[in-house]
Design a protein around this ligand. Sequence first.
Ligand SMILES: NC(=O)c1ccc[n+]([C@@H]2O[C@H](COP(=O)([O-])OP(=O)(O)OC[C@H]3O[C@@H](n4cnc5c(N)ncnc54)[C@H](OP(=O)(O)O)[C@@H]3O)[C@@H](O)[C@H]2O)c1
Length: 332
Amino acid sequence: MVSYKEILASNALINDSTAPRIAVFVGGTSGIGKFTIKALVATGTTVKIYLVGRKNSKERTQAFIEELHALNPKASVIWTEAEVALLADVRRVCDIIKSNESRVDLLFLTAGYAPFGTRKETAEGHEVVQALEYYSRMLFILRLLPLLGESGLARVVSVLGGGLETTWLIDLDDWDLKRPGNFKVYRARLQYLAMNTITLDKLARENPNVTFIHSWPGSVNTGNVRRGWDANSIIGGTFSRVFEFLTWLAGFSGDESGQRHLFEITSAAFGGRGVPWIGKAGITTTEQLAGGLFLVNYKCDYTLNAKVVAWLREKGQEKLWEHTQELLGPYF
Ligand SMILES: NC(=O)c1ccc[n+]([C@@H]2O[C@H](COP(=O)([O-])OP(=O)(O)OC[C@H]3O[C@@H](n4cnc5c(N)ncnc54)[C@H](OP(=O)(O)O)[C@@H]3O)[C@@H](O)[C@H]2O)c1
C-alpha cells in the first residue's frame, strides 16, 4: 500500500513540468472526478481543464468553477456542455476540444454508476450505464488519441474497477447484455469493468506514448450508490443508506480519494514519467517499458490480475474490438 503520507509527499512535489497542462475531465461535476480536479488545481500549477458535464449540472457547477479560479488564478476551468451518454454528443465535444487544442495531457473518465434498477436505454439504443462506463469512455479516448499522442506526459484514467476482472459471469457472446434475463446489476458491473480492461489493454499496446490507468477507487462516499435505482424504490433507499453508513465507517474521504487520484495522474510510479518515485514501480498488464495499462487499486498498488487478464485477452479482445468498432464506427 502506498500510505497517505507518501501520497501527500509526492503530490507536494508536483510542478509545472510534472502536472498536466491541458486536462479533460468527463464526470468531474461530482464525486471522484470533482475531488481530483480540486486536488489538481490546488497544486497551484498552470492548468487548463475542460470540465465536461450535462446541462442539468451547469448551474451548480458554476460555483465550483469560481471556487477553483479563486484557489488557483493560474487554473482555467472551461465548462464544456455535453450529454456524454450520447455518442453523437461525445463526438461533437471532442471536435470542439480538437479545434481549440494541439495536445491533451490528461483524460480523466468517471461518469457512471451501478445500474440497480431496470434496464434503461439512451436515445441511441444503448444501456445508459454501459454507454457512460464503456462506449462513451472509449470514444473519448479514440477521438482524443491524436492530441494525447502530442503530449509527452499523456495519461488516460478510467475510474471503475481495475483489478476486479473475473472470468465468471462475463458474457463474451452478448457484450451488451441484451439477451432475455442477462441484464443484472452484478453482471453489468463485472461486464463493463472487464470491457474497460480488455480494450484499454489493446489501446495501451498500440499507443506506447500514452499511459493508461484503470483505477478501482474502493469505497468513496459520493452518493454514487443512490443513482442507479428506479425512482422511489424502497429497497434502493434502504440499501443506499446502509451502504453509505458502511462507506462512512470504512471508506475513503473525498479529499483522500482526490489526492490518491492526483498521485495516479502525476507519479512516475506509473510509467516512469512525472513526479520521481523511489518506491516500487508499477508494472503494466502488457509488460511494456513505455506507456502500457496499469490496473491500480484504492491503495494505489498495481495489480496484474494476470491469469484473468490473459484469459480475457485471448478469448475476448478481438471479438470485443470488432464489436466496439462496429458500434462506435458512425462516431469516428
Ligand atoms: N464511489 C465509489 O465508491 C465507487 C466505487 C467503485 C466504482 N465507482 C465507479 O467510479 C466511477 C466514479 O464514481 P463517483 O463516485 O465519482 O461517481 P459520482 O460522484 O456519482 O459521479 C458520477 C458522474 O457521472 C455523471 N453521470 C451520472 N449519470 C449520468 C448520465 N445519465 N449522463 C451523463 N452523466 C452522468 C455525473 O454527472 P452529474 O454530476 O451531472 O450527475 C457525475 O459527473 C463510477 O463509474 C462509479 O460507478 C465508484
